[in-house]
Design a protein around this ligand. Structure first.
Ligand code: 3H9
Length: 700
């Protein structure tokens, strides 16, 4: 193992290089190495100054997030920054890639920050439910002014090189060799009194209007501050830079950091960070697997899903051909795409030039024969297995060599694969509506899917800026299979005595943007009705609403009333009468149901289904299930996903409540799954499970 921080003298200047792949996170050995380098350079007669550099593509990506929650190992990062700031010789950061979080805080301890053209600077701690904990909230305002520092820290966004210089966050973008430019800066500074460092500078704090500008920036964050504890803490800490000497401001920053770090909301957000990245590590994928190139995509079906998927390809710069069965269908699809892009242009999120470039990548065609020449085909036609089998059978020879994917939400991919002569090329690519917006992609690995086809779908998904999660074949895969448990309970809660408003409120207070019934009204109740009629399933309340023509917002009425096109539904006495009628017919005596019961009966059955999904190996890890819910169904990130939430609540409680609800309602689907019972009995959590399906390989 090479040293995490190497030290050398070059041209009379000390160079300390951080080398801690993959992203040079500030693990304990890196902190120790940086501290040693600062102390050594200070004493080293051969060194006129010190340059800090990062090996590889990152300068320093920040603290090692996996160390949070473990006992701290000295030296603390604050100590490292203080040592750099105390160095009697000039210290310059040479930043070629990302300097994030603690990485930027290290650079703020230097006399200058010289950037490569690809450098990106930022304090993304907020996204992990934290605030910068090694001086970022105190030194950034002293460098660029509190009114500029606050939005930068509160957004957590990365600042590109040129902009960083413009803001005064960095000194210059190097023309030519970065190290040479950093050396030149050391020489400029060496041999004369050093300019004031951030620990003594107060000019930005005392500038006229600084306080007023800061308070205006704080006011703009008032709403977020009420909802997110880290925003309130960031405002407090940056405000302290006016009112406290550096030492005291740092001390308070540290207290706030520790408080947030130990808050379950930050733990959940850190779990999300790793779960999202873990999902790219795919079990059973041989190391040498390489994805195929996808230079031409084909999407079958120009409906809502098909056009959304096609736009995803075009947005990523991949040429895509949409195929319909007739010209009229194609025209409707074209219009849908044009309208979607027009809205983005109107909103200012897309330039007319970018829209034209995207439109130029989308072509339309009639007839399956037009799939010839595709590298990847995504089928998004009606949810009818026989139709899909027929299409896959034809695609087999029309598009030889193409990966053949179905966007089905429920149907059996193995059956589609069996309709071809090359089942190894067949899999599912399940997008979520609206497909051009939602980040989740369930990549469904069928029985015979080859590693290469799987890797291709995952690689394409990443190019489309999606978060691909590999899942197995079953009815509804991971997301919809769990959702159906929630839908079932929501219907039963109405029959037993709850109102749509109470059910929706339970979920919005839990953190979802919408409850199941507001959601159903938005999506339309008729689709589910049609599916139920086809499969012989029933949902008495939903069926009765549909029979009464209450099919959702598009009809002006569903679970709620929408007078004159109102977007927010209002409770409707007619619905109440209808629900009470259903309860009577089913012989159910209605009762008052507490919000706690409603929440538990919506959430715990999903967790239970998640446990069954893990037992069956449909998902490799609980974190994969969490990612599905975060990016496919807007699960509140600060609750970390259903399986993380289960661990936070404690599995014994969940198992006990599920058993009690099963007894109370006679609904055996609520009985806790074997895996849930086992982990609860062991006092363990889902987080303790090892990934299923063999060794993992990170997708390219
Ligand atoms: C902080 O600094 C607190 C301080 O203020 C105070 C302290 C007292 N730690 O994303 P990628 C892993 S908080 C540990 O796929 P990319 C990641 O899990 C921190 N591990 O690559 C993955 O592992 P694997 C503030 C980390 O090129 C691998 O590196 N900093 C960390 O798409 C590659 O990651 C942040 O929040 C980390 N800090 O993007 C920055 N970062 O290979 C967080 C990454 O096993 N990181 N890993 O799957 C990022 O934003 C992106 O990872 C980055 C690279 C832009 C750096």
């Amino acid at each position: 193992m090479p040293e995490a921080v190497s030290y050398r003298i070059q041209d009379g200047i000390a160079v300390a290089t951080v080398e801690n792949p993959p992203v040079n996170a500030l693990s304990a050995t890196v902190r120790a190495g940086l501290l040693a380098a600062a102390e050594r350079a200070a004493q080293d007669p051969e060194a006129a100054g010190l340059v800090l550099a990062g090996a590889g593509s990152a300068f320093i990506a920040g603290a090692d997030i996996s160390e949070f929650g473990k006992p701290p190992v000295p030296p603390a990062l604050a100590e490292v920054v203080a040592a750099l700031e105390a160095c009697p010789k000039p210290v310059v950061a040479a930043i070629q890639g990302v300097a994030l979080g603690g990485g930027l805080e290290v650079a703020l301890g230097c006399d200058a920050r010289i950037l490569g053209p690809k450098a990106q600077l930022g304090l993304p701690e907020v996204k992990l439910g934290l605030l910068p904990g090694a001086g970022g909230t105190q030194r950034t305002p002293r460098l660029i002014g509190p009114a500029a520092a606050l939005p930068m820290i509160a957004s957590g966004d990365k600042v590109p090189a040129a902009k960083a210089v413009e803001m005064g966050l960095a000194d210059a973008v190097a023309e030519g060799d970065l190290l040479r430019a950093a050396f030149a800066r050391v020489r400029e500074l060496a041999g004369k009194p050093l300019p004031a460092r951030l620990n003594t500078r107060t000019d930005r704090l005392t500038a006229p209007g600084a306080r007023e500008a800061f308070e205006a920036a704080a006011q703009a964050l008032a709403k977020r501050a009420a909802d997110e504890p880290q925003i309130a803490a960031i405002i407090e800490a940056v405000r302290n830079s006016f009112d406290m000497p550096l030492e005291q401001g740092l001390k308070r920053e540290r207290e706030l950091f520790v408080m947030l770090r130990d808050d379950p909301r930050s733990k959940a957000l850190r779990h999300v960070f790793f779960a999202e990245r873990q999902a790219a590590h795919i079990p059973g994928l041989p190391k040498e697997t390489r994805p195929r190139a996808v230079n031409q995509a084909v999407v079958l079906g120009a409906g809502t899903m098909g056009t959304g998927i096609a736009m995803s390809f075009a947005n990523a710069g991949i040429p895509v051909r949409i195929i319909e069965t007739d010209a009229a269908g194609l025209e409707r699809g074209r219009k849908r795409i044009a309208d979607t892009y027009a809205t983005s242009v109107k909103r200012g999120s897309l330039t007319p030039e970018a829209r034209d470039a995207r439109l130029a990548l989308i072509e339309g065609a009639v007839g399956l024969e037009a799939a010839a020449g595709a590298d990847l085909v995504v089928e998004a036609v009606f949810e009818e297995l026989e139709l899909k089998k027929e299409i896959f059978g034809k695609l087999d020879s029309i598009a030889p060599g193409a990966v053949l994917a179905s966007n089905t939400s429920y149907l059996d991919i193995n059956a589609m694969a069996a309709a071809t002569s090359r089942p190894q090329d067949v899999l599912g690519m399940h997008f979520f509506s609206p497909a051009n917006v939602m980040k989740l992609l369930e990549v469904v690995r069928a029985e015979k899917t080859s590693p290469e086809a799987l890797a291709t779908a995952v690689a394409v998904g990443r190019k489309l800026a999606k978060v691909p999660v590999v899942v197995g074949v079953c009815h509804g895969f991971v997301g919809n299979r769990m959702l159906s448990r929630r839908t079932q309970q929501a219907e039963r809660l109405l029959q037993e005595g709850a109102t749509p408003g109470q059910v929706d409120k339970a979920l919005t207070e839990f953190g979802f943007r919408m409850g199941p019934f507001a959601m159903a009204d938005l999506a339309g109740l008729d689709i589910g009705w049609r599916v139920r009629k086809a499969t012989g399933a029933t949902a008495p309340v939903a069926d009765a609403l549909c029979e009464a023509g209450r099919i959702g917002q598009k009809a002006g009425r569903g679970y709620y009333a929408y007078p004159e096109g109102a977007r927010a539904g209002q409770p409707d006495p007619e619905v109440q009468t209808l629900i009470e009628g259903v309860s009577r017919k089913l012989g159910i005596t209605r009762r008052d149901i507490s919000q706690e019961e409603i929440t538990e009966r919506l959430i715990y059955p999903m967790i239970n289904e998640g446990a069954r999904i893990l037992e069956e190996g449909i998902a490799a890890r609980p974190g994969d299930i969490d990612v599905v819910w975060l990016y496919g169904y807007n699960w509140p990130a600060w609750r970390g996903g259903p399986m993380h939430h289960a661990d936070a609540v404690g599995l014994p409680r969940i198992a006990e409540r599920l058993a009690a609800y099963a007894d109370q309602t006679g609904d055996e689907s609520l009985r806790p799954a074997a895996l849930l019972r086992q982990l609860a009995a062991e006092g363990a959590g889902f987080g303790s499970l090892k990934p299923r399906g063999g060794n993992t390989t990170k997708a390219a």
